[in-house]
Design a protein around this ligand. Structure first.
Ligand code: URA
Length: 216
């Protein structure tokens, strides 16, 4: 099944039945921390498959046990996965299973509970960012403030390209991110109805960080 782009080609909804099934299980309030984490891992692998679909390849010559052939391998410098702490860690692990050679960057941001603005406390990227493609990951694109701030910081390192991967988003989050960074493609498993007054996505799945780490 092809991912859905709807009216905005920069927003890709990965509506594969496996993705949708796992997301539904994650949304259930009774899912244990263990199963939430496992599902997130599996879902992240499936999202990785979709978001890396257009990675450049080159042909190399190899020898099979029977003969010589030219075959494709991924081209260019290693991809960088940038995790927005702390919930991004959940997606990062699953994506690294599929792209084990990727480099990893971290951005520590917390959401000021009063202003809902992103406040940075940590930033560490790999070397040679100018030669690399970047995928920024965070399970929830809610107000969009963290994603906008994170992408701004990553852009300052001048990577070749940036994509953003989340599990869930809402119209408000998409609008904020699209306005600030119209060049960044958004990959999500679903677009939910709306944000509530506390910046949570409805119907959503609750606080992703708390559900991943069992800190509720
Ligand atoms: N962050 C979360 O973890 N959940 C939401 O619904 C919104 C932001």
């Amino acid at each position: 099944m092809k991912p859905q782009t709807g009216s905005d080609p920069q927003v890709i909804v990965v509506d594969h039945p496996l993705v949708q099934h796992k997301l539904t299980l994650m949304r259930k309030k009774d899912s244990s921390t263990n199963s939430f984490r496992t599902l997130l891992n599996e879902l992240a692998m499936l999202m990785a498959y979709e978001v890396t679909r257009d990675m450049p390849t080159q042909e190399i010559e190899i020898e099979t046990p029977l003969e010589t052939m030219t075959a494709k391998v991924i081209d260019g410098k290693k991809l960088v996965l940038v995790s927005i702490l702390r919930a991004g860690t959940g997606i990062l692990d699953g994506m690294l299973t599929v792209v084990p050679g990727a480099r990893v960057g971290h951005i520590g941001l917390y959401r000021d509970p009063k202003t809902l603005q992103a406040v940075e406390y940590y930033f560490k990227m790999p070397k040679d960012m100018q030669e690399r493609d970047v995928i920024v990951v965070d399970p929830m694109l809610a107000t969009g403030n963290s994603a906008v701030a994170a992408i701004e910081r990553v852009k300052a390192t001048k990577p070749k390209s940036i994509k953003f991967v989340c599990l869930l988003t809402c119209p408000e989050g998409i609008a904020t991110l699209r306005k600030a960074h119209p060049d960044v493609k958004i990959y999500t498993a679903a677009i939910d109805r709306q944000l509530n007054d506390h910046g949570y996505i409805l119907p959503g799945l609750g606080d992703a960080g708390d559900r991943i780490f069992g800190t509720q």
